[in-house]
Ligand binder design. Structure first.
Ligand code: AMP
Ligand code: MN
Ligand code: MN
Ligand code: MN
Length: 280
């Protein structure tokens, strides 16, 4: 029987809505056999998730989603099978979290200039002492009536040329892959269709990624359309990358798809898990 894999998900350790235990319980209820927890720039949720996964007989792949700046825009690189005790990885992630803290203040200053005071405290209340994400600002802005949905907030306030936008200054692509690899993990380009690149630019990203030691890309992502999946499947096969599958689940009010509700990989794509030891 083939297993259900979902290799991209979030908890309250970053911008997800569930605790790590709740996420794993939900995954089990959704019939997921192998779940990767990949919070943004932190591995804080992994220990709790692993305990819950063991209790439920589900395989937990320890992961992280690293924020990267590539050609002046943000790209996400997922690390799968990372050792959270690795110093190089943790030092790298700590630097990203420092930038996040500064950026949070800067987003709030810009929103205040645009006539929206109190956004830092507001977002921090949603983050609850954990990683401060644009998602937390979005929840605050929705609660304040500045927009009706999280998606709407992003469009109107938090992206390029909008009042609360602050350009990213994240890791370099090579650094992110290096941290993941040093921690014994495999580096995966997250949700490649979301970058809205031309074919040529995407090939450039994937080529550079391969050159610095990256091994896989998400062909199936919760945010990919059917056409995106076909298209990404072609890039994946052509470049000889391994293929990954993940919902990018953040919680019940998730903008993408449900946990474990992922499409099958297109034919000819080699799944990243085909080389994992528990498969044999
Ligand atoms: P950050 O890493 O703090 O810049 O926040 C990025 C996160 O914001 C992503 O991981 C998504 O969870 C969320 N996000 C980005 N764009 C959108 C969008 N258009 N609608 C809803 N959530 C989004
Ligand atoms: Mn997120
Ligand atoms: Mn992402
Ligand atoms: Mn994600």
């Amino acid at each position: 029987m083939s297993k259900v894999y979902d290799l991209h998900s979030h908890t309250r350790a970053s911008d997800g809505e569930f605790s790590p235990s709740q996420l794993v319980a939900h995954a089990a209820a959704q019939g997921v056999d192998v779940l990767a927890l990949t919070d943004h720039d932190t591995t804080d949720g992994l220990a709790e998730a692993a305990t819950e996964a063991q209790a439920r007989g589900l395989t937990l792949v320890p992961g992280v989603e690293v924020s990267v700046t590539w050609m002046k825009a943000t790209v996400h690189i997922v690390g799968l099978g990372v050792d959270a005790g690795n110093t190089e990885l943790q030092t790298g992630l700590a630097g990203l979290r420092e930038f996040r803290e500064w950026r949070g203040g800067e987003i709030a200053r810009r929103l205040e200039k645009a006539g929206i005071p109190g956004a830092l405290a507001g977002a921090q209340a949603y983050a609850n002492g954990r990683i401060l994400s644009r998602t937390h600002f979005a929840h605050f802005l929705v609660a304040q009536g500045h927009a009706s949905t999280v998606r709407d907030v992003f469009k109107r306030f938090l992206v390029n040329n909008k009042p609360g936008h602050v350009p990213g200054a994240w890791a370099e692509l090579e650094q992110a892959v290096q941290w993941i690899t040093a921690a014994g993990g495999q580096a995966v380009v997250a949700h490649p269709a979301r970058y809205k690149y031309t074919g040529a630019k995407l090939r450039r990203l994937l080529g550079e990624f391969l050159d610095v030691g990256g091994v896989a890309m998400e062909v199936v992502s919760g945010s990919h359309s059917k056409d995106d999946v076909m298209n990404m499947g072609n890039h994946c096969r052509n470049l000889g990358l391994l293929a990954s599958v993940g919902s990018d689940f953040h919680g019940p009010s998730n903008p993408w798809c449900g946990l474990g509700r992922v499409a099958p990989l297109p034919g000819g794509c080699v799944p990243i898990w085909s080389q994992w030891s528990f498969e044999s």
